[in-house]
Design a protein around this ligand. Structure first.
Ligand code: AKG
Length: 286
């Protein structure tokens, strides 16, 4: 099976700017389905940040989202169990093929997330790298594969400034960033770009680029899905042990992406990959 690869133009953009914009990955129907699935997630138990109760970056179990208004804030992690469409999105070819081209085949699916950013004057946006305190200190060179990267799917149109856009500091994945500046650099500081896009578009970016959500003063909520991939020897964010309940309904490739190597754990696993790793990830094993 031939997988898609980056075009020469995409390779240059990835190497220089540090992100890619893929237009029209979902059609209207899919956007509507995924958007409804997010509304459903809001009513269900799951993992959410617990402001003031848990440290930054940690998620706790809630019975449902605190805000039941469909346009209110929600940040839900580990969304695969809520809808088969969320599982299928793990290796959707138009996007996944490019991720494999960028990262190579020895990868793990490490996080799924649904975020709703309401229109509000209260939230100024923020800028960060992904992966916590240690990963923030690591920038790989332009000839290296990334340690981790994300696909961000827009489920709302973002076609004007300060409407909850995904923002990036282009090229910041290769440079020291003035992260201790006071006040901190944010989505409205010079050098930051608010990326416009339509519902159904996708942005790809590595963990090391400085990025984050812009404020949303648009009058309407902005919905996104985020899917994170890392090298196989890195840990997943969303589960400490294999989520065996999910594996049953997954394809061999999806199971491998979850970290199911096909045998019980033994020393060396994840660093030295199974012999069929490339076949499984490229779909040639099916
Ligand atoms: O767009 C958002 O709401 C947050 C996206 C982001 O910064 C991230 O996934 O790290």
């Amino acid at each position: 099976m031939n997988m898609r690869t980056l075009t020469a133009d995409q390779q240059a953009r990835w190497a220089i700017d540090g992100y890619l914009h893929l237009e029209g990955v979902f059609d209207h129907q899919e956007v509507a389905h995924l958007s409804k699935a997010i509304d459903y997630v809001r009513t269900q138990p799951g993992w959410e940040p617990m402001s003031g109760m848990l440290p930054r970056g940690h998620y706790g179990w809630v019975e449902k989202c605190v805000d039941q208004d469909l346009s209110g804030f929600m940040d839900r992690r580990d969304i695969l169990p809520y809808d088969q469409a969320f599982v299928d999105l793990m290796d959707r070819p138009e996007v996944f093929d490019l991720i494999v081209d960028i990262m190579g085949p020895n990868i793990l699916f490490s996080m799924s997330q649904a975020i709703v950013r309401p229109s509000t004057q209260e939230f100024p946006g923020y800028t960060h790298t992904d992966g916590g305190e240690a990963l923030r200190e690591i920038r790989v060179t332009e000839t290296s594969r990334p340690l981790a990267m994300k696909a961000l799917y827009l489920l709302s149109d973002v076609t004007e400034e300060d409407a909850g856009a995904f923002t990036v500091y282009p090229g910041s994945h290769f440079r020291p960033f003035p992260k201790d500046r006071n006040p901190p650099l944010d989505p409205r500081s010079p050098g930051c770009v608010q990326l416009m896009g339509k519902a159904g578009d996708c942005f790809l970016f590595p963990h090391a680029i400085w990025h984050g959500p812009a404020p949303n003063y648009s009058g309407k909520a902005r919905k996104t899905l985020l899917y994170n991939y890392c090298q196989l020897f890195i840990r997943a964010y969303d589960f400490g042990a294999l989520p065996t309940n999910l594996l049953e309904n997954m394809s061999p490739r999806q199971r491998r992406l979850m970290g199911d190597l096909g045998h019980n754990w033994r020393p060396g696993d994840y660093f030295y990959v199974p012999e069929d790793q490339e076949e499984i990830i490229t779909g040639r094993a099916a």
